[in-house]
Design a protein around this ligand. Structure first.
Ligand SMILES: [Zn+2]
Length: 66
């Protein structure tokens, strides 16, 4: 976490690092807030559902690299 000079793991670029999710958009639904997130580092997309404002969102989609 503290050094930026470690070498990247030379395989599977989409899963070889800890994604830095940023929310692209949020959509309130009857189930909760659907949050479309994107990794700022590798561009992987995922859809999360935050069922309650005080609870962390949970992933409702697989990670996609498009
Ligand atoms: Zn990533």
């Amino acid at each position: 976490m503290t050094t930026l000079h470690t070498l990247p793991i030379p395989r599977q670029t989409a899963t070889a690092h800890e994604h830095a999710w940023v929310a692209d958009s949020r959509h309130p639904t009857s189930e909760g807030v659907v949050v479309y997130v994107r990794c700022a580092d590798c561009g992987t997309h995922r859809v999360d559902l935050q069922a309650h404002p005080l609870m962390p969102p949970s992933a409702i989609s697989r990670e996609t690299s498009d």
